[in-house]
Design a protein around this ligand. Structure first.
Ligand SMILES: Cc1ncc(COP(=O)(O)O)c(C=O)c1O
Length: 392
């Protein structure tokens, strides 16, 4: 132990990175890996967005901006939230952040006090656990189940409420399950929040990636909810802009004012060039974005029956670009399934255990490759599963 690690603050805990490291090592030794692991689109950022960034560079937009972001971007975000989701926020109620990731941390810094319990839709994007722990709070997973297509059940939330419960993190569509919480359940969650005086953190980063007949309802549009909700969103998923690092939170102006100094402390402002790119994403042509969403829909429509035909079950995903697939029929626990699948067939998928799932039955498949590669991957998965079953 070095002098510095001896003095590590108690909030920093050691993570077990061994599994991820092993997967990366296996992948490094292969040359035809089909990557269906990360939540990073195979599509590149649409050209008009890239062009806007180049224009910003040429126009000497190389300086700091205000900590909450450039006004035209905040105005465009507010207008977009209204048009797409019926949300009512002004430009002074938006904080532009370095990805939704930083918005998560900023929200917890602002609202999670030591000892607070924070309920989180689960299996889950585990950044929430880390952010809550870094603020000396306790993450409390609210399980969802394959039998319900991983939809939230209000009874499961209510059963975990204690006098210390402060917040519920509603992620819909969810990562890793793709589950969309239906409008009726969102209304029940709103009633619950009022009854138990909970804050809602509504992570809507996949809110535009919804496959009919599923519907997205933004909880902050419901009566009495705006005042107790922080809405999070970002550009990474909808616009294929993961590397640009632009996200935001939307909340009543008095909270935004209080969060401005901590936001300044984190990174002063989101990369100025990226802010201009994000502005173009909102105000420019939407056809390239619609085309990406159509492609994801086509892949999902192909993949679901193909998985069934290969003998797997899954929760029907209403949104995002993930299918949470049950591999228990192979007899292999998910981490082992993923490691062997990668080593023996070159297909990279992630086990549910990476998303806080206590069950070892599930893998997350991201359908973020062109359809022919997804089809090739499924062939490899199906023959691997048949081999595993034969030798178990
Ligand atoms: C549910 C959820 N929220 C937030 C993020 C963070 O996204 P970004 O920081 O790229 O905007 C992700 C990324 O995978 C996610 O799945």
């Amino acid at each position: 132990m070095s002098l510095l690690t001896e003095r590590l603050a108690p909030r920093i805990v050691e993570e077990d990175g061994a599994f991820r490291t092993r997967m990366l090592r296996i992948a490094a030794g292969l040359n035809d890996v089909i990557a269906l692991g990360r939540g990073d689109s195979d599509f590149h950022t649409p050209a008009h967005i890239v062009a806007a960034a180049k224009d910003a560079l040429d126009a000497n937009q190389h300086h700091y901006t205000g900590p909450t972001g450039i006004l035209p971007l905040r105005e465009a975000i507010a207008a977009n939230l209204e048009d797409r989701f019926g949300l009512d926020y002004g430009a002074d109620e938006i904080v532009v952040t370095a990805g939704a990731q930083e918005a998560i941390m900023l929200t917890m810094l602002g609202l999670c006090s030591p000892g607070d319990e924070v309920l989180i839709t689960s299996p889950r994007f585990t950044t929430y656990d880390t952010a809550v722990r870094l603020c000396d709070g306790t993450p409390v997973p609210v399980p969802t189940f394959e039998r319900d297509d991983f939809a939230l059940d209000v009874g499961e939330i209510e059963a975990r409420i204690t006098p210390r419960t402060r917040m519920f993190v509603l992620v819909s569509p969810n990562n890793p399950t793709g589950a969309v919480t239906p409008p009726g359940v969102i209304r029940e969650i709103a009633d619950l929040a009022v009854r138990h005086d909970l804050i809602i953190v509504a992570d809507e980063i996949y809110g535009r990636l919804i496959y009919p007949p599923n519907e997205h309802l933004s909880i902050a549009t419901l009566p009495g909810m705006r005042e107790r909700t922080v809405t999070l969103n970002g550009f990474s998923k909808t616009y294929a802009m993961t590397g640009w690092r632009v996200g935001y939170l939307a909340a009543p102006a008095d909270l935004v004012e209080m969060l401005t100094e901590p936001r300044h402390t984190l990174s002063i402002n989101t990369c100025t060039i990226s802010q201009y790119a994000a502005l173009a994403a909102l105000t420019g042509p939407q056809d390239p974005i619609e085309a990406m969403i159509d492609a994801y829909a086509e892949r999902r429509a192909w993949l679901m029956p193909a998985l069934t035909e290969a003998g797997f079950t899954y929760g029907h995903p209403g949104g995002a670009f993930y299918i949470y697939t049950n591999v228990s029929s192979t007899g292999l626990p998910a981490p082992q399934f993923c490691e062997r699948l990668l080593g023996e067939t070159g297909v990279m998928v992630f086990p549910g255990t990476m998303f806080g799932d206590e069950s070892t039955d599930y893998i997350r498949i991201s359908y973020l490759q062109p359809l022919p590669l997804i089809q090739e991957a499924l062939d490899r998965i199906a023959s691997f599963a048949a081999r595993a079953l034969a030798t178990s």
